[in-house]
Structures are given as C-alpha cells and as structure tokens.
Design a protein around this ligand. Sequence first.
Ligand code: PNS
Length: 169
Amino acid sequence: MTRPRVALFPGSFDPFTNGHLDLARRASVLFDRVVVAVAQNSAKTSLFTPEERVEMIESAIGGIKGASAIHFSGLLVDCAKRIGAQVIIRGLRAVSDFEFEFQMALMNRRLAPNVEIAFLMPSQEFTYLNSTLVKEVARHGGKIRGLVPPLVERRLTERLRQTPRAKAR
Ligand code: PNS
C-alpha cells in the first residue's frame, strides 16, 4: 500500500479567512490529507484561543475531504514529523509575501531536510485578504460577510461586542 500524502497547512489563523479556506481546498486536491495547524504563538496577542480557532476551522473545512484541524506549540517541523506530513503548505498572495516565506522555508528546510515546502496561490479575489485586515474592518463595524466563513463572522462580531478590550488587539 502506498503511503498517504499528508500536507500540513500551518498559520496563526486568528481568524481563519476565506483565503485560507481557498488554500485548504486547493491543497486537498493535491494531497490525501490536509491538516490545518494553528500555531500557539505566545509572542503574539490573539483574539481567539487555539481551541476556538480550531473549532471555527473545523466548521469551515467540514466539506473538504481529508481535511482536519489541530493546534500545536513548538517548532513547525516537529509538528510535521509528528503527524507524518511530507509537505508544508504556505500561501503566496503577492511578491510582498515572498521574502518572509522564503526565509521561513529555508530555515524549515535546514531543520528538516526531508519535509518539502510548497507554495499555493489563492484565488485572485483573496489576494488582498488577511486576518489582520478582517479584524480591523470588523472592529470598525465594516462588513466582513464573504471574507470569512459564517461561523468566524458570528464569533468575531460576538467577541468584539463582548470584549471591548479585544477592540484594541
Ligand atoms: O499565519 P502566520 O502568522 O504567517 O504563520 C506563521 C507560522 C505559524 C507558520 C510560523 O510562525 C511558525 O511556523 N511558527 C511555529 C514556530 C516555528 O517553527 N518557527 C520557525 C519557523 S522558520
């Protein structure tokens, strides 16, 4: 039996956007399993806990065959080895993403030469989209429908309403 092709799709996902969803769908065409992995980054202040982010991602990727979500702490390459992923997927929206992604890819390759890094381009309609912008728009009462999955839209609106301090993050 051939080994299943497993891709790890990591990120902060605070929160998961329709651009991330688009990439997860694209990855699922290429791999048997796609594991969306939420990084627990203590250096970053997040609006949602890793568990909340995983729950929202699971709801968004429910219809994608072979897709699942986890959270992890520590090095990304260790997470990839733990789950048996041969490939790490990252999205490239524009040239401006490239420099940081290139640095990370080479560092990850140095740490784990057997784990390949693959870049996927999202659909053109999502090239300007990122989690920070979505939060910024939501904070100021702007419309985020169509930019994030429905559960993320609800949770983001609730969070910003319930926690005035979250408005500053
Ligand atoms: O969505 P983001 O914030 O661009 O994702 C960055 C992420 C989570 C992929 C990156 O910070 C990461 O891999 N963190 C885990 C710790 C690690 O392995 N750092 C070394 C990367 S070279």
